[in-house]
Design a protein. Sequence first.
Length: 95
Amino acid sequence: MLYNYSRKNETMKKTENNEGNKTMEELKEIRSELVIDRYNSYSAGDFPGSKAWQITQGLQAKLDEFDAEHPEIIAEKTAAIAAENKKIADAAGWI
């Protein structure tokens, strides 16, 4: 768990310290790291108010803030998912 905690802090520092003048690919990488860290931080046994719960909430807040600042990344991801779903539906003959 110590490794994950260190990685979470490193990702949070990355997003806090250098948001300016990033390419789309760099922004996608930062978001991907935030998503992975948020996912890995969750544990069903973390009770509200605990240190682990607070870390997870902090990561979720960072992810929400990042998404609000970069809606183009979400739009691109949503479009890619829709295109993939259409491709699968067409191949299966659903549409």
